[in-house]
Design a protein around this ligand. Structure first.
Ligand SMILES: [Zn+2]
Length: 414
């Protein structure tokens, strides 16, 4: 007799490299396909790719790959998987745009990429019926999945928080999630990374005010850096620049490309004339320009790294200028390179704003303890599957579930 399998192929010993398999009989679907970031001793250009052996062995069963949102640790390994197996990919519009760009960079063609509409779509993938619904996170266009299986409904809610004032004004669709959960929930597989943090996670809205406060005081060039998939943060930087009379130029391939994709698809909004070419920006007065630049993890070879080392063909930086790091705290492997870059900039007498001294430049994209309780209360699952964290986070996630009446053996630490 067939049984339902939930397999975490990675993403259980580290917070990255998310890849989960749902299997029943002759059908299998995958949720997310992320990369990990190398440790400090590894080659900084390298990425950690999940082990695809199990998927390759069962590739005839694979009915589809669902991607929850646009972060690299949820979609970065797709090109590597799609070199091994063929399957249709499902993602929301912005995320599908990022995926297409990534696949063309890897020269992968003939992949069926389906854009899902989280308001209306229901997908039939073998025995699985998948209903997406909107969630909020630090990046726009994220979704959770309600997966109907022959054994019951499982909610797969990757990175999320309950943000009622997100930058894209599309909050977590709790109404839809509640309706989907109303006929019973077998299990929830959900983000546990914030389980060690008390309270609710702050809204993204808070950040814009702080960015504005900082930039208002500066008189030199502003270099603003975030991870390139963080379109919401770019939108906030653009809004502040507009308000304070600065023009903006996008610097670095990943930032420029992702901004372009997001603008074309209607996810990044700015008036004509606000964004100018790097060459034009360079000709402006220093207090009239903001560069949104790649390299927030201090990667050698990135645009910001080159600027800081006097190796950029167009831009230079010095006393009176400011750099704002506004990205998630660096993944473990990149902490060393961020620190080195920050030190380098400070030595150049550049004003540096980063999360160690300026905690409030980033709010987490991950739900804290109260967000997690709210999700549990909303979905009322029988079983709990903590994902996206280490054992520390899984244990606190379990404690939260137990505190709400679950049996410890109903929470599976993977
Ligand atoms: Zn994420």
């Amino acid at each position: 007799m067939a049984s339902l399998k939930f397999i975490a192929l990675s993403g259980t010993t580290d917070v990255t490299e998310n890849l989960y398999v749902y299997e029943y009989g002759n059908d299998m679907i995958i949720v997310d396909c992320g990369v990990g970031f190398p440790g400090p001793k590894m080659d900084s250009a390298g990425l950690i790719i999940p082990d695809f052996t199990y998927i390759k062995k069962n590739k005839n069963k694979l009915r589809g790959i669902l991607i929850s949102h646009g972060h690299e640790d949820h979609l970065g390994a797709l090109p590597f998987l799609l070199k091994e197996v063929q399957a249709p990919v499902y993602a929301t519009k912005l995320v599908a745009g990022f995926i297409k760009d990534k696949l063309s960079e890897h020269k992968i063609k003939k992949v069926e990429i389906n854009i899902i509409d989280p308001e209306n779509d229901v997908l039939s993938l073998g025995v699985f019926k998948v209903t997406p619904f909107r969630v909020s996170h630090s990046v726009p266009d994220g979704v959770g999945f309600a997966i109907d299986t022959p054994e019951g409904k499982i909610f797969h809610v990757a990175d999320y928080k309950f943000d009622w004032t997100p930058v894209d004004q599309k909050p977590f669709d709790i109404k839809k999630a509640a309706i989907l959960a109303s006929n019973g929930t077998l299990a929830v597989a959900s983000d546990c990374l914030g389980s060690t943090t008390p309270g609710y996670t702050e809204s993204e809205e808070e950040i814009e005010i702080r960015i504005e406060e900082i930039i208002r005081k500066e008189r030199g060039q502003i270099f603003f850096t975030t991870i390139s998939s963080n379109i919401s943060r770019m939108q906030q930087a653009l809004s502040v620049a507009r308000k304070l009379g600065r023009r903006v130029a996008f610097i670095g391939r990943s930032t420029d490309t992702k901004a372009q994709i997001a603008r074309d698809l209607g996810y990044l909004h700015y008036p004509r004339g606000l964004v100018v070419s790097p060459r034009k920006a360079r000709g402006l007065a220093k207090d009239k320009v903001m560069y949104i630049i790649s390299g927030s993890y201090g990667q050698p070879g990135s645009a910001l790294h080159r600027v800081a080392h006097g190796e950029h063909n167009l831009l230079s930086i010095g006393p009176g200028d400011a750099v704002i790091f506004s990205s998630d705290p660096a993944p473990p492997g990149s902490k060393v390179s961020v620190d080195a870059l920050v030190d380098r900039l400070i030595r150049l007498n550049v004003e540096v704003h980063y999360y160690d001294i300026q905690e409030n430049l980033h709010v987490s994209g991950h739900g804290s303890q109260e967000d997690i309780k709210m999700l549990f209360a909303l979905l009322k699952p029988k079983y709990y599957l903590p994902i996206g964290g280490t054992i520390r986070h899984m244990r606190d996630y379990r404690n939260i579930a137990v505190g709400m009446g679950a049996n410890p053996n109903e929470v599976f630490e993977l």
